[in-house]
Design a protein around this ligand. Structure first.
Ligand code: 8X3
Length: 254
């Protein structure tokens, strides 16, 4: 993995940050994207001093097409040779019923989880095709396998991530470029705080009575897929906490 260039979206926290760390620990060069420039700067300094990582910060909102096109087409000095794209930026907003939920929340999820993921892929993969190598790793979700109460549009966006991953894998099957969809279940990050619009008490309850996964647990799987031998394509991985059986089946200790 040494010297591979890894581009991670949503790298300032959670699964994205954990992915950045594991690739940094393994000698990769990192292009880190997120909106929060301060947090990215902190990670850059931390990884540089701890692992000597070569890091380029590419702060923009993945939903901003003009900013994404400008940032990615402007890559030079070897940074344009992206080996691994980790499409991690994404979020859930709300758990209201489909006939009652906030339409703005829906559009934010669709814009981020679906439209931006497809667009970043569209902007990065042509370079991989030209160089005849590369790997796209999408962060999907167990939510994409089946809908659960209050999850309808979020689940729909993650089902779309599966379709986008499968479609890309099909379109690249005559190339050495690999496509992976990693589908986490309950992972304790800022995910639920964001989902509940900052209501920390409600967010905490999501993980009551169950030991959830961590960002690092998911990053380990991402790294495994990225470092598998060239002829091995980890197409899809569902990663659940031991007491979670599906998006809606969660056993909680009383
Ligand atoms: C995150 C997992 O179970 O909260 O995508 O939908 S879940």
């Amino acid at each position: 993995m040494k010297h591979k260039t890894v581009f991670i979206t949503g790298a300032s926290s959670g699964i994205g940050e954990a992915c950045a760390k594991i690739f940094a620990q393994n000698g990769c060069k990192l292009i880190l994207n997120a909106r929060n420039t301060d947090k990215l700067e902190t990670l850059k300094n931390e990884f540089k001093s701890q692992y000597g990582t070569d890091i380029l910060l590419l702060p923009f909102d993945v939903r901003d097409r003009a900013a994404a096109e400008k940032a990615i087409s402007g890559l030079t000095d070897g940074w344009e040779n992206i080996d691994i794209l980790v499409n991690n930026a994404g979020l859930a907003l709300g758990v209201d019923k489909e006939f009652e939920a906030d339409i703005d929340d829906w559009f934010t999820m669709i814009d981020t989880n679906v439209k931006a993921l497809a667009m970043i892929t569209r902007l990065v993969v042509p370079g991989m095709v030209k160089r005849n190598k590369g790997h796209v790793i999408n962060i999907g979700s167990v939510a994409g396998d089946a809908a659960y109460p209050g999850g309808s549009v979020y689940c729909a966006t993650k089902a779309a991530v599966k379709a986008l991953s499968d479609g890309l894998r099909i379109d690249l099957y005559d190339t050495p470029i690999r496509v992976t969809n990693v589908k986490p279940g309950l992972v304790e990050t800022n995910f639920s705080n964001i989902r509940f619009h900052g209501d920390k008490e409600r967010a905490k309850k999501v993980y009551n009575g169950i030991k959830p996964l961590t960002g690092t647990d998911i990053a380990d799987v991402v790294y495994y897929a990225a470092s598998a031998p060239e002829h091995v394509q980890i197409a899809e991985v569902l990663v659940l906490a031991t007491h979670q059986a599906s998006g809606s089946m969660i056993w909680r200790e009383q």
